[in-house]
Design a protein around this ligand. Structure first.
Ligand code: FES
Length: 152
């Protein structure tokens, strides 16, 4: 027998627009985005924090939306893949994925792009990452650039 939990109203900003969603406390941010706000660019892959297909930004930081509750996001600024474009222009990473045919099957592409956009911001801020050789040294965007060949 399943029990229905009392719903709660949650005010959030999604892709620049103030929104109020009404969710059961156990509703994930992923399900709220997809089912209540029809933002289906955010994908449900594993639904358990392993694949990254559901990556969105919360207050500018990447987060797995399947691993957080919508009710925890009150007052937060959420950005989904639909919110990356500005004035009808794709984000440069979205454009680069198209230009270089970086989709594979495409299902997790939005999560990859959202994660990459946040990763570049983290590198600009000097945050270490899993790829940082020495975490005592600030990580920079230059660390992400492939070394140039001497013969090129
Ligand atoms: Fe796979 Fe969230 S759906 S990490």
């Amino acid at each position: 027998m399943s029990e229905t939990l009392e719903s709660v109203a949650v005010k959030i900003e999604v892709n620049g627009d103030p929104r109020t969603i009404t969710v059961e406390p156990r509703t994930t941010l992923l399900d709220a985005l997809r089912e209540q706000l029809a933002l289906t660019g955010t994908k449900k892959g594993c639904d358990r924090g392993e694949c990254g297909a559901c990556t969105v930004h919360v207050d500018g930081r990447r987060i797995l939306s399947c691993m957080t509750l919508a009710a925890m996001q009150a007052g937060k600024r959420i950005t989904t893949i639909e919110g990356l474009e500005r004035d009808g222009k794709l984000h440069p990473l979205q454009a680069a994925f198209i230009e270089h045919d970086g989709f594979q099957c495409g299902f997790c592409t939005s999560g990859q792009i959202m994660s990459a956009v946040a990763m570049l911001a983290e590198a600009k801020a000097g945050w270490p990452s899993a790829a940082t050789a020495d975490v005592r040294r600030p990580f920079t965007v230059a660390d992400l650039t492939a070394p140039r060949s001497a013969s090129a």
